[in-house]
Design a binder for this molecule. Sequence first.
Ligand code: PMV
Length: 334
Amino acid sequence: MPSEITAEAPSNIALIKYWGAEDLGAVVPCNPSLSMTLDRCRSVCSASFFEGDRRPDEILLERDGALAPAPESFSRRIAAHLVRLRTAWNRQGTLRIATRNTFPAEAGIASSASGFTALTLAVSRALGIELAPAELSNWSRRSGSGSASRSAFGGYVQWPAPGTADAASAAPVADAEHWPLCDLVAIVSSSSKEVSSLEGHQRAATSPYFRRRLELVPGRLDTVREAIAGRDFARLADAVDEEAIDLHLIMMSSRPPIFYWRPATVAVLAEVRRLRREGLAVCATMDAGPNVHVLCEPQCAADAEAALRRVEGVEEVLADRTGTGPVWRQGAEL
Ligand code: PMV
């Protein structure tokens, strides 16, 4: 009988971004980052471990409601992580992995953070290894997706600056109940990104503005932390808006440059500014893609969502909010 576990892990949206690595292989970032864990956007992963078995691993991904072998690029990264985990814990045997995302694949939302955390949790438990949350964060990060370090916790989560004693894993700053916020994801393009975040991390240091960004991030991070502690949305909004533009400034000025924005991205940003001028407390951030995460307090969400749906080029608005950390249970559900 195989040992079978299903794990669920949340995605997260960075308020202060990880962009640029001191060591991409070891996933050591150039700067600290801080994110809000999401609630609806999660990855579910079932792992079955056949101890002593010598068959090749099986890696399946759910698409259009059916499980099928995962695409080459995706399964290569997963396979490497499986080897890493089995070697670390000295276990021999075959793994069957099946995974799905609770958010539509066409939403263009990165699933590597939630996916690798769910995978790491399911595999560790199937192998009989009990990881503390900080260890889960550390092992998930080693998959190559640094943002996965932050998906090991709920609420607001910081991945500290490199060189500090605790930089190997992320740590919670405040839990989800402390300050529930809404994240309205304005989908303006569902096609997969042309430049991966791994490639982006490599190019970051070629921007002539990158060094300056690294000087500014610690102060901005302190502002975000203080805003979260005091539930001060106006303070948070200024820092989050500034950080998102700063990130894309680095991308656009890298060599060769990376342009993730589409015309509708700019239209959504303009609408967010208009809403703020009209007194609605909203702010906007973007990751390595054209879709805009519009953050607001729950009482503003209905008005903000209606306004975003009216912007030309917005295909869909996905309403999410601050969420809790990963969970696991016995059995293979997928
Ligand atoms: O974790 P990665 O390697 O996919 O990089 C994440 C990059 C951003 O999403 C743009 C920023 C972040 O901190 O999540």
